[in-house]
Write a protein that binds this ligand. Structure first.
Ligand code: PEP
Length: 255
């Protein structure tokens, strides 16, 4: 399968930004700008914004995502949110294993794997983030790091379930820093992820998985990054909070 047959997914990761009323205002601004998009458009928003966001995008082509989900269905997990809760409010995507969760909240590949399986079991679509630290790139072990994350994060995930998976390659050194990977660097690792999936599953499975690039993607660099054969979309932080910038990235992915 070539790039043209895969679904491009442009997802905003709002992180800890926007109150519910601000979320509604931003989505109302984005919606008319992306209405003709020829790609999947997703806004991943803070938990307390989800209900308002789902309501705000009714009748539009924008899908709503959460920024994490717990692996248990319910129980004594103070501060956590279950997949059932997300489903009931109308969420479709869930960001998992973001480097900020790994760095600040003790997320490991083992917990990313548990969350990924729970999200898939609930019929939601995980956007699983992988990426190397600057130090790991400098030590020339990017491929080892990425292969390890892919093997662990998708341990015991079936080939059938891989049809609903989105992978975001996010070099940690490029997130929120303004330092973008070059289009060639992004392509090299996204192609490596696909080759790793081909070994673990099959070429057919690997060819069907949407692989995004994330890390300071913006309206100025999106077109070049998205032109690469194995870069099927973007996970966008900062630029997703500005309607015109986010819409320009969506438009770059729609060409
Ligand atoms: C992100 O949060 O996933 C991200 C890529 O952030 P930024 O675009 O701001 O680098």
């Amino acid at each position: 399968m070539n790039k043209a047959l895969r679904k491009a997914v442009i997802a905003g990761n709002w992180k800890m930004n926007k109150t519910p009323s601000e979320a509604k205002a931003l989505l109302n601004e984005i919606a008319p700008l992306v209405k003709d998009a020829d790609c999947e458009v997703v806004a991943c928003v803070p938990y307390v914004d989800l209900t308002t966001a789902v309501e705000a995008v009714k009748g539009t082509n924008i899908k709503i995502g959460a920024e994490n989900a717990h692996w248990e269905e319910k129980g004594a997990f103070t501060g956590e949110i279950s997949t059932g809760m997300l489903k009931e409010v109308g969420v479709e995507y869930v960001v998992l294993g973001h480097s900020e969760r790994r760095q600040y909240f003790g997320e490991t590949d083992e917990t990313v794997n548990k969350r990924t399986k729970a999200v898939l079991k609930a019929g939601l679509k995980p956007i699983v983030c992988v990426g190397e630290l600057l130090w790991e790139r400098e030590c020339n072990i990017t491929e080892e790091v990425i292969a390890r994350q892919i093997k662990l994060d998708f341990y015991d995930v079936t080939a059938e379930d891989m049809k609903n998976v989105v992978i975001a390659y996010e070099p940690v050194w490029a997130i929120g820093t303004g330092k973008t990977a070059t289009a060639d660097q992004a392509e090299e690792v996204c192609a490596f992820i696909r080759a790793t999936l081909a070994k673990l599953y099959s070429k057919e499975v690997a060819d069907g998985v949407t692989i995004q690039y994330g890390g300071s993607m913006n309206d100025g660099n999106a077109a070049e990054l998205l032109s690469k054969e194995d870069v099927d979309g973007g996970l966008i932080g900062g630029a997703s909070l500005v309607a015109e910038k986010f819409a320009a990235i969506v438009s770059a992915a729609s060409k």
